[in-house]
Write a protein that binds this ligand. Sequence first.
Ligand SMILES: Cc1cc2nc3c(=O)[nH]c(=O)nc-3n(C[C@H](O)[C@H](O)[C@H](O)COP(=O)(O)OP(=O)(O)OC[C@H]3O[C@@H](n4cnc5c(N)ncnc54)[C@H](O)[C@@H]3O)c2cc1C
Length: 214
Amino acid sequence: MPYLKNEHKQNASSHAVVIGSGITGLLTARVLVEHFDFVTIVERDELPELPEYRQGVPQTHHVHILLTQGQQILEQLFPGIKAQLEKAGAPSIDWVSDFTTLNMWGWVSRTSSELVTYTCSRVFLEWLIRQRLSNYQNLEFVTSTLFKGLLVNTENQVSGVKLHCKNSTLDTELTADLVVDASGRNSQLPKFLEDIGYQVPKTTIINSFWFFRT
Ligand SMILES: Cc1cc2nc3c(=O)[nH]c(=O)nc-3n(C[C@H](O)[C@H](O)[C@H](O)COP(=O)(O)OP(=O)(O)OC[C@H]3O[C@@H](n4cnc5c(N)ncnc54)[C@H](O)[C@@H]3O)c2cc1C
């Protein structure tokens, strides 16, 4: 497996594992590289060399909008990423002047604002972030590998993950000081916690108060 060969990892005294290389996993890993000697992102898909569709994120085909706050956070974590988007041809949109918005109080007046983002496909944005992350020597991607359970130590604390590499019949294990599940809405984590004797955490539903009047 590729992660066994990484010399930075072998010398690391702290290790974080992030499950999933969607936008949450990528940004989480970017934050963790500053706090852990080594970070491993585990992804079930083979990650494409080019900005291309992959099966693990089926919603990719839909139009995606990167909101202003999201872009500002991206710029903080990856300085210069806005310039990279612009250079790649991503058009900029002022969400107040370039868009017409109708809400329950009527049409919003169109005026120039600071709510400006560069728009691009989701596959391109994730690809660009992966390129930027590849500059960190203390981070690796382990791809075509499925997260399938949690390891526990003698004190019943989570101490790593059980993995299944799709190209092998063997399961494997990866120890970690921190495990972050960023595997998306179909996460198996509640089941995996139950498997090791923990209670399933309560679900928190956040109401965004978006609605449509008929
Ligand atoms: C139709 C549609 C339109 C949307 N439009 C927008 C939009 O315009 N703007 C916006 O900001 N948001 C939009 N969203 C929401 C956005 O897609 C999600 O918020 C976002 O994808 C969540 O990212 P994530 O990284 O948490 O999860 P995901 O994108 O789902 O990524 C999860 C990752 O984990 C991997 N994975 C899953 N299980 C395992 C496993 N067992 N082992 C290893 N890897 C695993 C997957 O392959 C994937 O790479 C839209 C969603 C939908 C459905």
